[in-house]
Design a protein around this ligand. Structure first.
Ligand code: ATP
Ligand code: MG
Length: 332
């Protein structure tokens, strides 16, 4: 199954390298800051896009990168200028050949509580390996519903949802956990376990899929260091800022190196400067080959990033635009 997720090209890795350099050099020197070796590990992992690239065996080869800019730093760069630098015309173009990572074919979703008002109505779309897709639209337009169909939290009422070559509308429940191992999820409310430390929250994701202790002990500190939280490993979620909590949830989503990342308003609870750090992290993860599908209300971010934009209105796709903008809606 996993091979269907993989990009057939090493897309954007040079971009990722350049951006990573910028971010690493922007970061104030601190203990636990990424070393050049981290960059190497990140870029080595970026080759997961290649069919013939061997899966890294080494537990050191975790591919999440640092969100190095320190939160609350006094001099935050202006958001729009940073986003402009991240996007630009040289953004990786994704080949639209081969098997899509996500394919919706005439999908309708009706919640039993609203039988006459489909949450999604005859939606068809394809998302290919390595794409970064924003899903935008009014509150209630169906964004979360669309994402929850991808993770099989919901099953379509009609049509087909195909993820990694598997028809989720037919998938047996007992197979769903195997699907979820391939999909990292990040939510607006972080969904961290309050009684577990930062370390334990990330470790838990690996324990659930039966990873040996030796792998957990190696990978968890590594991924936390790469998201800039090496020194907070023994803290509990309520001892962290919102941005730090969200970085933990990104680390948890990525520690198993899933090829698909589904994010539902990951910056919705964060102030603009902190959102920028999370967005940079997601952008770099994408440039290393991970497909990202992200619902958001953040107009400025969407306009600046110039990624593919799918706009929903009352359960219909009303726009699907390459390097699009947020568009003009009333109050959202
Ligand atoms: N569990 C549910 N039962 C019944 N209706 C639901 C349920 N969840 C969502 N809906 C309805 O489905 C439609 C789409 O909801 P969805 O949560 O997908 O919207 P959204 O675009 O994510 O909105 P928001 O931007 O507010 O998060 C809405 O009309 C909503 O009321
Ligand atoms: Mg929603």
């Amino acid at each position: 199954m996993a091979s269907h997720f993989r990009s057939t090209e090493r897309q954007g890795s040079e971009d990722a390298e350049r951006q990573l350099d910028v971010i690493v050099s922007e970061a104030a020197p601190q203990e636990g800051a990424p070393s050049p070796d981290d960059t190497g590990a990140f870029l080595a992992a970026a080759t997961v896009g290649s069919e013939d690239a061997p899966e890294p065996e080494s537990p050191e080869a975790v591919h999440v990168v640092t969100a190095s800019e320190s939160e609350g730093a006094p001099e935050q760069p202006e958001r729009s200028s940073v986003y402009a630098a991240l996007s630009g015309d040289d953004a990786p173009a994704v080949s639209r050949t081969g098997t899509p990572t996500v394919s919706f074919k005439n999908v309708t979703l009706i919640y039993p509580a609203q039988p006459n008002k489909p949450a999604l109505d005859d939606v068809s779309l394809d998302i290919y390996p390595g794409e970064f897709v924003f899903v935008v639209g009014h509150s209630g337009s169906g964004k979360s519903s669309l994402l929850r169909l991808i993770t099989r939290e919901l099953r379509a009422s009609s049509g087909q949802v195909i993820v990694a070559g598997q028809d989720l509308t037919k998938m047996r429940n007992k197979k769903v956990p195997y699907l979820r191992r391939q999909i990292g999820t990040v939510y607006q409310d972080f969904k961290l376990l309050p009684d577990k430390t930062v370390y334990e929250n990330v470790a838990f994701a690996l324990e659930c899929i039966g990873k040996p202790r030796s792998v957990i002990k190696a990978q968890v500190p590594e991924v936390l260091r790469l998201v800039g939280l090496a020194e907070r490993m023994q803290h509990f979620p309520d001892q962290l800022s919102g941005g730090e909590q969200q970085r933990v949830s990104v680390a948890r989503a990525m520690v198993n190196r899933p090829p698909l990342l589904v994010c539902d308003e990951p910056t919705g609870n964060l102030d603009p400067a902190i959102s920028l750090g999370i967005m940079k992290l997601l952008d770099l993860i994408n440039r290393a080959g991970t497909t990202v599908v992200m619902a958001t209300h953040d107009r400025e971010m969407v306009d600046s990033m110039r990624k593919r934009v799918i706009a929903l209105e009352a359960g219909h796709v009303v726009r699907d635009q390459e390097r699009g903008g947020y568009g003009y809606y009333g109050a959202l």
